[in-house]
Ligand binder design. Structure first.
Ligand code: C2E
Ligand code: MG
Ligand code: MG
Length: 608
């Protein structure tokens, strides 16, 4: 296990490589030196005491010395035997301080002309005996360091994401290792706001403190990595003979506790707090990405439940049938009445300006027994119970009430619009348009602040049926956005049949944007289509900076919106209500050129 999991080594200086060197007098005869080399086959060089100005310290290396001693036609020995070694000494050896790093020494060696590149470097350290190191060892150490660097996160010295994923996959494909393999996923609570408030320099120091705490929290053989931003992960094999659930809980709690102490940096104090997800592989799981995704989701559940806690998922990849989950309408209505359906909000920002254009309302279920559930875990059951339209309306009401609170409390800093999803059942509900308009008027809101996201899964026939209702909504000022464009076969067809204000490019195309030419071509095509028809276009699932930069380039200055973990995960309403700067600053830092100015005054409401 530990062979697979061991992390990288530290940068070395020459002190770590050097070994003692014998120093001889410059008057020593070449014959005596020759005998010294013959007597010890490991003796690579000798240092020579200087014998005058410009000759303070010299070097005699085995190979060139012996070459000179044999000489052309074998006369070297005859000529040189009685001469003092000073005659065959290199009087300008490279002498470096013991604290010099190997990369610097390698540079100094290469800076010399080839006739001056001796095979050893002398290592001086005031007060200590002279030492030497072979140039071969310097280059070997350097190449080791470069290899380590490619695997290491430069800021924290932990493993980087690529290295982590590679090792994780190796662990998952080794049957003896993957059993009881636990992946711990950590995300700091409140880090984005802290980073924006105090600057990236201070943010980096916090990440280094966190990395040190994590190092101390795991065993030396465990692989600990920084995946990016303030997200960290580790893979650990749980001890045998202990039930998996309690062992995973104990591990997660240990990590949470180790990150819990306040972090003090001169005058700044950050309450250390993290959300932790732990996923444990089943004995059949052979896929590291699945384990990572499950741990990420568990972490996200911990965050969504308020942060500073641990959520678990055990037996990832197991084929054992899951417990049936089929709540009926009564159970669902009870959950609505008890306030178990929570609405989280994910920012949507404009790529050119970094301006917050809208937030998408996304439902979650804080289930009394199952914990916090993502929509994928219950929307199917909600639809099966015939309750989807009711839930849509509930989410709409919660989101609109929240939106008017933001408007009241935050004024100009409030989001300018809110996106709300509608299910196929909700779309087909005969009272769709009046119910939406009623909700808007009860909340006292201008219909133009609402973007209704139409499900890609709706069929053309279904959309034809609701054409009238959609027309009513649009006429009242509500904007219509087609969700998950490209996810299914029918959505391009929808584009031609519906009058839309916006489209959202499915995140699967963004995921492939940089690696798959076909995905990139689809994104370019959809951007061109939207821009040329004046429809607002949002790219969903932007997770990395290179994806964002590619989209900025493709947008070519035309209004284009992005949504994704890079900017922010969906968060509770209160987090949006903080003077909202997370996505703006975060994005702003990456917006090139003159477009990077972030306007502070609210512009016209963007149609995202
Ligand atoms: P959606 O409407 O396409 O919402 C975007 C989904 O992508 C959300 O998943 C969001 O958390 C996720 N997401 C956002 N950025 C990223 C990213 O960078 N990477 C990844 N991997 N995912 C990202 P969520 O919240 O799990 O919702 C899933 C779907 O459930 C939604 O997809 C929507 O179709 C549906 N849904 C959510 N809330 C509601 C609701 O209130 N009513 C209805 N009818 N459907 C809803
Ligand atoms: Mg949506
Ligand atoms: Mg979507």
């Amino acid at each position: 296990m530990s062979d697979l999991l061991i992390g990288g080594a530290e940068t070395s200086t020459l002190a770590a490589l050097a070994s003692p060197v014998t120093v001889i007098d410059s008057t020593t005869s070449c014959q005596d030196v020759d005998e010294l080399f013959r007597a010890d086959e490991h003796l690579g060089c000798l240092a020579v005491h200087g014998d005058g100005p410009g000759r303070s310290l010299g070097l005699v290396s085995r190979v060139p010395f012996q070459h000179l001693m044999s000489g052309r036609l074998g006369y070297g020995k005859l000529l040189n035997t009685r001469r003092p070694v000073s005659a065959l000494t290199d009087w300008s050896p490279l002498v470096v301080h013991a604290a010099t790093g190997v990369a610097e020494v390698a540079r100094q060696v290469l800076d010399r002309g080839s006739s001056q590149r001796f095979s050893e470097v002398l290592v001086a350290d005031p007060g200590a005996p002279l030492r030497q190191v072979s140039v071969t060892d310097v280059f070997r150490a350097l190449s080791g360091e470069l290899a380590t660097k490619a695997l290491t996160d430069a800021l924290t010295g932990l493993a980087n994401r690529d290295h982590f994923l590679q090792r994780l996959q190796q662990c998952c494909t080794a049957p003896d290792v993957r059993r009881r393999l636990a992946l711990v996923y950590v995300d700091l609570d409140g880090f984005k706001a802290f980073n924006d408030g105090h600057g990236h320099g201070v943010g980096d120091l916090v990440l280094q403190v966190v990395a040190d705490r994590l190092r101390g929290c795991f065993h030396p053989g465990d692989l600990v990595a920084r995946l990016g931003g303030d997200e960290f992960a580790a893979v650990v094999q749980l001890p045998a003979g202990v039930p998996v659930g309690p062992a995973a809980r104990q591990l997660g709690e240990r990590v949470r506790a180790c990150l819990s102490g306040t972090i003090s940096l001169s005058s700044i104090v950050l309450p250390g707090r993290a959300s932790v997800g732990v996923a444990v592989a089943s004995s059949v799981l052979a896929d590291g990405e699945t384990l990572l995704r499950e741990a990420d989701l568990a972490m996200y559940r911990a965050k969504a439940a308020g942060g500073g806690r641990v959520e678990l998922v055990t037996d990832v990849g197991s084929t054992a049938p899951r417990e049936q989950f089929a709540p009926d309408r009564r159970e669902l209505q009870r959950a609505v009445d008890e306030g178990e359906f929570l609405v989280h909000y994910q920012p949507i920002v404009e790529v050119g300006t970094g301006r917050l254009a809208s937030v998408e309302a996304l439902v979650r279920w804080q289930h009394p027994r199952r914990g916090l559930l993502a929509p994928g875990a219950f929307l199917g059951a909600v639809a099966d119970a015939g309750f989807a339209a009711n839930l849509d309306l509930h989410v709409l009401e919660v989101a609109l009430a929240q939106f008017s609170r933001w408007q009241r409390n935050l004024g100009r800093a409030a989001p300018r619009a809110v996106n709300v999803n509608v299910s196929v059942q909700g779309l087909l509900h005969p009272r769709l348009a009046p119910a939406v308009l009623d909700a808007l008027s009860r909340a006292g809101l201008d219909p133009a602040v609402l973007r209704v996201e139409l499900p890609e899964a709706a069929t053309t026939t279904q959309l034809d049926v609701v054409r009238g209702a959609l027309g009513t909504l649009r006429a009242a000022g509500v904007r219509l956005t087609l969700d998950d464009l490209g996810a299914g076969a029918s959505s391009l067809h929808h584009l031609t049949r519906l009058t839309l204000d916006g489209v959202k490019i499915d995140r699967r195309f963004i995921a492939g944007l940089l690696d798959d030419e076909r995905d990139a071509a689809v994104v370019v095509m959809l951007l061109e289509l939207a821009h040329s028809t004046g429809i607002a276009v949002t790219a969903e699932g932007v997770e990395t900076r290179p994806q964002l930069e590619a989209l900025q380039e493709m947008a070519r200055g035309r209004p284009t919106f992005v949504q994704g973990h890079l900017i922010s995960r969906p968060v509770a309403a209160e987090e949006i209500a903080l003077p909202w700067s997370g996505g703006l600053h975060h994005l702003h830092a990456h917006v090139p050129g003159p477009r990077s100015a972030v306007p502070t005054a609210p512009g016209p409401v963007a149609s995202s």
